[in-house]
Design a protein around this ligand. Structure first.
Ligand code: ADP
Ligand code: MG
Length: 729
């Protein structure tokens, strides 16, 4: 029987590029499936509208009566659009989104059929929840979980095949109130930074009453022909290729980046963009990325809360739409060895309700001091809690990327750019104990002269930094492409909230002692600059010198997930999270446990896939080719040819047998090690053993398998090769 590889290769030529029908203006469809803006106004009474807006702005609880009215408005809108079902839509710690559909349809006691959707159904649901990760938070006797409506993220309609479903974004908590998802802690972190940042803003502007962090993510991904992907069990099971000989041509010609987008890919992009627009996801940018078959999309930035939902939704849409184009989208951080991996840069800033971007250098000396305050506090936060940022991006799949030479290193550092670096040095050297009002006024003016140049130099980019200032925002580049942005955003907003809160305490202390406000601010900023200087790095983050330099500076360089996660359960982390109200200690431990379990499961699945592929796909191909060689050698001997005639065949046969032996031995040894490690009951220890004792087999087996792929007859090789996966579409 022909292998899937060849069936797939034959099928490839027959794929046509179906373009989506709609070809008009984006504004015609944008947000048409979202219960927001004008639509809300149209379907709600003034009273209900006001109370919903108030709840969104101030996080206040909605009255019962209002929930009833809003539910009925939503139902009317949804039914008009042909919706039959609704679901609470949430983001459990599985890494994907969750839905459980219920229909509007009900039968009343007298047998009459009705479509209903009431306030209760809108506000709360009780999903059959015992199968979501909970890290021991939910003993089986209390397996209930609740999803609760989050009015700050608007409801939307998902269209799929024959059906349309009204989705209500919710948080997911246990019966006893512990958060079981990505959103609940994120919302708490956003509330914490809002309060802390408003307090600090008020030093400069009393009119600010709300600060909203903003996020613009950039999503990188690979696309592979679906049939070719289906012939790679490793791609299907793990999202990455666990074996594969490097193609003759990789990304060395640099001919893919920003190149013209291939027709079939373009059709796919247009299609998922269209779906995204309907859902109000403001996608703006699309382009080819560095590696062959790698692409990127990015939206206009939004409030963090909404941007997080939109990214989760987009990943889901990308997967679904790919099917229509017979493509498989790979969101994994490192689907292919030897070429670039994928990340999800998180561009982050803070905006006030007076319309100011707090990380944009100001127009006057006074607003520049406000900018400097938020800039320095962010750097201080990253310095003080770099271990938590590292933990926030840790996952089995991101381990393949961090530390490889194209991605940000596992060392967390901040790139400020030359101008701002100089500004920080100025503050450091000129602010002293004797610093008086006149010095302060002059320094402020001098800084103001420096800072506007920044605006001209937006090109001062350092692509190797994991956390870079890029003109009017910070860009957290170490986030993995599969990650839910909420992990990184929860940590970042929490640590900046905490730092700003402490900052205010210090400044107020100085003011109480009789210092003038602006001098107190300058002095505290100077202290923060000195305290966090070692996190600033302007050089090449991929270089070996930086690893050494970072070590000298005492910066951490934790390359693997199980140990990076330790930061979550230190006393310092517990204090940070309980003080800011983002996690209780119990929740932190549960989350730590969930992440360790997730790590173990992912590595375990990969180990099994590698064992399977080696045993029943790779070795059989090698042995069958070896048999051919042997009969060829035997035949040549039989007809009386001398050794010289079958010299090459003998050498190849010897090499093949050698690789077969090494693979087989290592698969066995890996299985034995799993048996031992699986007996461990401590999750951390188990994860460390999976990382240090089992994962090393992956590389050995892969090395020999890739050698075999090179040696063995192409026709017998059942797994699509890198050249096919990467270049055929
Ligand atoms: P690049 O980093 O590729 O040069 P841009 O600087 O234009 O591109 O922006 C990259 C991303 O940063 C976009 O997704 C954009 O929405 C986001 N972004 C821009 N300004 C902000 C901001 N104030 N807050 C958050 N994200 C922002
Ligand atoms: Mg960028």
């Amino acid at each position: 029987m022909q292998s899937l590889r060849f069936t797939a290769l034959e099928g490839l030529a027959g794929v046509d590029s179906n373009l989506p029908e709609h070809n008009g203006k984006i504004t015609e469809v944008f947000g048409s499936n979202v219960f927001a803006g004008r639509i809300v106004r149209e379907y709600l009474s003034d009273e209900a509208y006001k109370s919903l807006m108030n709840s969104i702005k101030n996080g206040t609880k909605l009255e019962r009566k209002m929930a009833e009215q809003i539910a009925s408005g939503m139902k009317a809108w949804a039914m008009k659009k042909g919706v039959t079902h609704y679901t609470h839509w949430f983001q459990p710690l599985t890494g994907t989104t969750a839905e459980k559909h219920d229909s509007f349809f009900t039968l009343k006691g007298d047998g009459s059929a009705l479509e209903t959707f009431d306030g209760d159904a809108l506000v709360q649901q009780e999903p059959d929840a015992s199968s979501f990760p909970n890290g021991g938070l939910r003993a089986t006797f209390e397996a209930r979980g609740y999803t609760a409506w989050d009015p700050s993220s608007p409801a939307f309609i998902l269209e799929q095949g024959y059906g349309k479903t009204l989705c209500i974004p919710t948080i997911f908590v246990s019966y006893t109130g512990e958060s079981l998802d990505y959103k609940a802690p994120l919302l708490k972190a956003l509330a914490a930074i809002d309060k802390a940042a408003v307090d600090v803003c008020n030093y400069f502007d009393k009119n600010v009453t709300k600060v909203t962090p903003t996020l613009g993510w950039e999503q990188e991904y690979f696309l592979v022909d679906e049939n070719l992907a289906n012939a790679r069990p490793d791609l299907l099971m793990t999202g990455r290729t666990v074996v594969g000989h490097a193609p003759s041509k990789g990304q060395q010609l640099e001919d893919h980046y920003f190149g013209s987008i291939p027709e079939r890919i373009y059709a796919y992009m247009r299609d998922f963009e269209e779906e995204s627009y309907k859902l109000g996801i403001p996608l703006r940018t699309r382009h080819n990325e560095v590696a062959p078959s790698q692409f990127e999309c990015a939206p206009i930035f939004e409030e963090v809360n909404i941007a997080v939902d939109h990214n989760s939704l987009l990943m889901d849409i990308m997967n679904k739409v790919a099917k229509r184009h017979k493509l498989k989208v790979l969101l994994h951080e490192k689907p292919f060895a030897g070429i670039n991996g994928s990340g999800k840069h998180n561009n982050w800033s803070m905006a006030t309700d007076t319309g100011v971007n707090l990380l944009a250098p100001g127009k006057t000396p006074k607003t520049n001091l406000m900018f400097l305050t938020f800039f320095v506090n962010t750097i201080k936060a990253v310095h003080d809690y770099s271990d938590l940022l590292r933990a926030a991006i840790a996952s089995a799949s991101n381990d393949f990327r961090l530390g490889a030479n194209e991605a940000p290193p596992a060392i967390i550092s901040v790139f400020s750019g030359k101008y701002l670096y100089d500004v920080l040095q100025e503050v450091k050297s000129r602010v002293s104990n004797k610093f008086d009002e006149q010095d302060e006024a002059i320094l402020k003016l001098d800084l103001h002269r420096h800072i506007p140049e920044l605006m001209l130099d937006n090109t001062d980019r350092n692509r190797t930094s994991p956390f870079a200032f890029t003109g009017n925002k910070f860009e957290f580049r170490a986030v993995g492409s599969t990650a839910n942005c909420a992990s990184a955003m929860t940590v970042l907003n929490t640590i900046v909230a905490k730092t700003l809160t402490d900052f205010k305490v210090e400044v107020d202390g100085l003011i109480e002692k009789g210092e003038k406000k602006e001098i107190a601010i300058m002095q505290t900023l100077r202290k923060y600059i000195v305290d966090s200087e070692k996190i600033l790095f302007e050089g090449d983050g991929y270089s070996e010198e930086w690893e050494k330099e970072a070590e000298r500076r005492g910066l951490q360089n934790i390359k693997t997930t199980p140990k990076a996660l330790d930061a979550m359960i230190t006393p310092k982390a517990a204090q940070l999270y309980t003080e800011t109200g983002v996690y209780t200690e119990k929740e932190l431990h549960a989350r730590h446990e969930i992440l360790l379990e997730d790590y173990v499961k992912k590595v375990q699945i990969e180990a099994r896939v590698i064992g399977d592929l080696a045993t029943n796909t790779i070795l059989p191909a090698a042995i069958s080719y070896l048999n051919d060689l042997i009969s060829n050698i035997r035949g040549l001997k039989e007809i009386g040819m001398g050794e010289a005639a079958y010299k090459a065949q003998t050498q190849i046969a010897a090499k093949i047998s050698e690789h077969i032996n090494v693979i087989s031995e290592n698969v066995q040894a890996m299985i034995e090690q799993r048996k031992v490690t699986n007996k461990l009951t401590d999750s951390r220890q188990k994860a460390i053993e999976y990382c240090e004792k089992i994962k090393p087999y992956f590389d050995i087996i892969r090395y020999h398998s890739d050698k075999l792929e090179f040696l063995v007859d192409d026709k017998r090789w059942a797994l699509p090769k890198y050249r096919e996966l990467l270049f055929l579409r």
